[in-house]
Design a protein around this ligand. Structure first.
Ligand code: HEM
Length: 289
């Protein structure tokens, strides 16, 4: 078997626990679907259930792909970059299954599939994101990277942010009632994109612990405000009332709290890793004297 197909091995051909863990993560939704097979088959709409699962996990892996760069800097764990391509291609595999299941739901009548994708807004948006992800997956190989050249390749792959935005819009458009998970997903993507914008603006690869703290609090505040305004408009209630319910935890833990918890956790991780690294540097300097 060619080494490039042995996904559990790193570039030097050594067994990599990071890659094995990533593979396990990518296969988890498949295993879960098999575990739930009985409930899926006897459910009201088995194919629709699987369309939802594939779409949801594709979005999760898209988020995981975008999280690699901030996380490897915050955790000071450069090796994480090794699994970014695996996560991105994994995302595309789930999105390919998502579209195949959609076609299966239409009895593989490709005329009908094409007609729906070009005539319903949420499918036009999803279809555009799909084409974008397919382009990124097709150009993700080392050969394509060489052929395009580093700069052009990086420019092309920046499209992932626009694709993520389209995927989120598609998610919101087809959500019928409870927007809790889509709002949390949007806030998480917002945090990841704001991280990059801030790093670019400050002209630095790494954000300070204080910047991470400020970023997390700001994204959390915007999530509370966005959800309150959205629910206020949709249900003709005052956003202040929605905020009151959210702050008093009367509607459970809202996405604003969840993103704050995630943001503060990575801020704490950054704080610990920064101190750990500087202590290790000091010890090395003392040992070298
Ligand atoms: C041609 C492309 C696409 C088609 C035909 C399509 C079709 C669908 C359909 C039919 C649904 C279920 C709607 C319902 O039950 O009312 C759905 C849901 C969803 N799709 Fe797509 N989609 C496409 C692209 C994408 C892309 C690119 C993403 C993200 C990367 C995505 C993520 C999702 C998500 C997250 C859901 C909701 C899952 C949930 O309920 O948890 N879709 N899509």
């Amino acid at each position: 078997m060619s080494a490039s197909w042995q996904l559990w091995r790193d570039k030097r051909g050594r067994l990599s626990w990071l890659r094995i863990a990533t593979l396990a993560l990518l296969l988890f939704p498949l295993a879960k679907a098999l575990f739930d097979a009985d409930a899926i088959i006897h459910g009201a709409r088995p194919i629709n259930d699987m369309i939802h699962r594939a779409g949801f996990w594709a979005l999760v892996f898209l988020g995981a792909t975008l999280a690699v760069t901030p996380l490897r800097r915050i955790a000071r764990y450069g090796n994480l970059i090794e699994v970014r391509r695996m996560l991105g291609v994994g995302c595309f595999c789930y999105i390919a299954v998502h579209l195949t299941l959609f076609a299966a739901d239409k009895g593989f009548d490709l005329g009908k599939v094409a007609h729906e994708i070009t005539h319903r807004w949420y499918l036009i948006v999803g279809g555009t994101a799909w084409l974008g992800l397919a382009t990124l997956a097709a150009t993700s190989t080392d050969g394509m990277q060489r052929r395009l050249g580093g700069l052009r390749w990086r420019r092309l792959h920046r499209a992932v942010y626009g694709i993520a935005l389209l995927a989120l819009i598609h998610y919101f458009q087809q959500t019928k009632a409870d927007v809790t998970v889509p709002v949390f997903a949007a806030s998480l993507f917002g945090w990841l994109i704001a991280y990059r914008v801030l790093a670019w603006w400050q002209d630095t690869g790494e954000l300070s612990t204080l910047s991470l703290f400020a970023l997390s609090v700001t994204v959390s505040a915007l999530t509370f405000a966005g959800e309150a305004i959205g629910i206020g408009i949709a249900f003709h209630v005052s956003p202040m009332r929605v905020l009151d319910v959210a702050f008093n935890l009367r509607a459970g833990i809202r996405p604003g709290w969840e993103i704050l918890a995630v943001g503060l956790s990575v801020t704490a991780l950054d704080f610990v890793r920064a101190r750990w690294n500087s202590r290790a540097r000091r010890l090395r300097a003392v040992a070298a004297e």
